[in-house]
Design a protein around this ligand. Structure first.
Ligand code: AGP
Length: 610
């Protein structure tokens, strides 16, 4: 969702801010703006729509100045418009905000009674005006910010300029991410690492309600209470700027699909030691993964779909009961969970508001919490008891692809270790399985060779208005993910069903040429899938099946067949191969329809509000 960038240094800030905002575009936004200190004072420029609108407003000769803040806004309070775009100003204060101020009505009423007038409908302007009130009393930025924070309820990351303090940016956060980028003679603030990578890979994390202050030469953090400075070791991002650029691809999504073999290798190899699974690099000790009654997996969207595969794997390899929970439901469900349960939280961004709230709830109940997260230092990674990082690198496209694959791979590793620790698999069995796991990267590389047939099939399907995905067991989990991928980027309606459920209602929607994508990778239930495909064909539907190499698919059961590579050595691993054609079909259909593949309408990469 919204993105923040701030710069104080030797370069022209407008250039840096615009570039930072471009690198934050993937988070999703509907307006953008910047404020900077110029020779004639603090100036603000903002525009509804894409960044190109803001660039048009700024014109060829960018305003000069070496310190400023920028923002991409994803509307929550008040429609997308020039006036609601950030930065918002009041008196000598100008600020940008990510998050949601829950008590903004209450605060606004107090301010209205004081005779204040509001220009926008945003909760953010309330913060600006409140801070202005405090600043008029305190005449000192840090004191005024600290007093203001006491009044705020909700989530926020704020970048603040005070007109009387040119060259200085103040920043503070709670439940929304914010980092300080450390450069040479320049410093930055940003809502995520991708915005600062051009300038530095060194950064400081800002903890809740600490107040940060940056100038070109200094980056200081003050503790939430009192004035003392916090000493903190910088972190170093191992992502490079190339990873966050398109590198010749038309879209990030297509590049990220191709990056899956590498991401899988990077995620799997540090956890394999002498043919066994070993999480010692992650400091996840065996005792932590032993002796629990049940596993509860909690996540949203694609991460939840990876969790569904995880359930199958842990249950079939370790024979321990697992539930999969949608985080937004879990957090309000009064879950039956306690110290004898392991709660696994899955999130690419590590900032998803519902997932974070579910983690906090599980901790409150005393459960063991383990996070599978891609973004180092994110809120979920910091708050979970243990964390297993996936090494997908930056995922820029809103539609998650490589993050899904590495989350799923992590579940293979976890399931095997838990199976060993629970006495369900011995070292010999694990050894044989690990050999297959080590071949996953090559298997996915082979699966990428389905790209040409996926493109052809996309051309067959592009004019459809409704599509269905069916599968059983693991293939049902894949169907859900394939369907989500298609609808989020192509805006075509699609639904996924457990194949046996179709005839309990949905089959009434199958008429002439309605496409049904059948995922049929499991040989033990292939015959059942073929029956379901025939049921569709008998009603005129157009069946595309994704199956193992060498599967015998009768002519009357499918119109198009996508065979997975013969390097799929174990059916339990087939999801990692089968997801590739599902991603490619969605991508090709969306491209053919001319959709904004990487930034689909209404969506944000990291959903930091409920
Ligand atoms: C998937 O393509 C979506 N972008 C979405 O479902 C995503 O997986 C979900 O919002 C969870 O995000 P997270 O992994 O960052 O928590």
């Amino acid at each position: 969702m919204c993105g923040i960038i701030g710069y104080s240094g030797k370069l022209q800030a407008a250039n840096v801010l615009l570039e930072g905002l471009r690198n934050l575009e993937y988070r999703g936004y509907d307006s953008a703006g910047i404020s900077l200190f110029t020779k004639s004072g603090l100036k603000t420029y903002k525009a509804q729509g894409r960044l190109s609108q803001l660039e048009a407003l700024l014109g060829e000769n960018l305003p000069e100045g070496q310190c400023g803040i920028g923002h991409t806004r994803w509307a929550t309070h008040g429609a997308p418009s020039n006036v609601n775009a950030h930065p918002h100003a009041s008196g000598s204060i100008t600020l940008v905000h990510n998050g949601i101020l829950e008590n903004y009505m209450e605060l606004k009423e107090v301010l209205l009674k004081k005779g204040r007038v509001f220009a926008s409908q945003t909760d953010t302007e309330v913060i600006a005006q409140w801070l202005d009130e405090e600043y008029q009393q305190a005449h000192e930025p840090i004191k005024a910010i600290r007093k203001t924070l006491k009044a705020l309820k909700g989530s926020y990351a704020l970048g603040i300029l005070f007109a009387e303090h040119p060259g200085v940016i103040y920043a503070v956060r709670k439940d929304s991410p914010l980092i300080i980028g450390l450069g040479q003679g320049e410093n930055l603030i940003a809502s995520d690492i991708t915005a600062i990578l051009t300038y530095t890979r060194d950064y400081l994390l800002v903890e809740e309600n600490e107040i940060a202050m940056i100038t070109p030469e200094q980056a200081k953090i003050y503790s939430p209470e009192g004035e003392q400075l916090v000493k903190r070791e910088p972190c170093r991002a191992d992502w490079d700027i190339g990873a966050a650029q398109k590198g010749g691809y038309a879209h990030f999504m297509r590049k990220e699909i191709d990056e899956q073999p590498h991401a899988l290798e990077a995620t799997i190899s540090p956890r394999v030691n002498n043919g066994q699974i070993d999480f010692s690099v992650d400091h996840v000790e065996d005792a932590f993964l032993s002796n629990f009654h049940s596993v509860q997996i909690v996540a949203c969207g694609t991460a939840m779909h990876a969790g569904m595969i995880g359930k199958h794997l842990i249950e079939s390899l370790a024979r321990i009961p697992v539930s999969v929970n949608i985080a937004s439901e879990y957090r309000y469900s009064n879950p039956i969970v306690g110290k004898d349960d392991l709660v696994i939280i899955v999130s690419q961004s590590g900032e998803t508001a519902d997932t974070l709230a579910a983690l906090r709830l599980a901790k409150l109940h005393g459960a063991r919490t383990l996070a599978i997260v891609n973004v180092v230092g994110s809120s979920i990674a910091r708050e979970a008891e243990r964390v297993l990082y996936t090494y997908a690198g930056p995922e820029i496209a809103v539609a998650s692809t490589k993050a899904y694959s590495v989350q799923t791979a992590m579940f293979y590793l976890l399931a095997l270790r838990i199976a060993y620790l629970s006495g369900n698999m011995d070292t010999d069995k694990i050894f044989r399985y690990v050999e297959k796991i080590q071949a996953i990267s090559q298997m996915v590389k082979d699966s990428l060779k389905t790209a040409p047939i996926c493109k052809e099939i996309a051309a067959d399907l592009v004019d459809s208005s409704d599509l269905f995905y069916i599968g059983r067991g693991l293939d049902y989990c894949l169907s859900l993910e394939g369907s989500l991928k298609l609808k989020e980027i192509s805006y075509l309606h699609s639904e996924a069903y457990a194949a046996g459920e179709l005839k309990h209602g949905t089959i009434s929607l199958i008429t002439e040429k309605v496409p049904v994508i059948a995922v049929a990778t499991q040989s033990s239930i292939l015959e059942k899938m073929i029956s379901n495909m025939r049921e569709v064909k008998a009603r005129g539907g157009f069946v595309v099946v994704i199956c193992q190499a060498g599967s015998n698919i009768p002519e009357d059961a499918a119109d198009r067949v996508i065979y997975l590579p013969d390097s799929v050595k174990d059916e339990l691993l087939a999801p990692l191969a089968a997801i590739v054609p599902l991603q490619l079909i969605a991508y090709e259909i969306a491209s053919l329809r001319g959709c904004d593949v990487d930034k689909p309408r209404n969506l944000a990469k990291s959903v930091t509000v409920e």
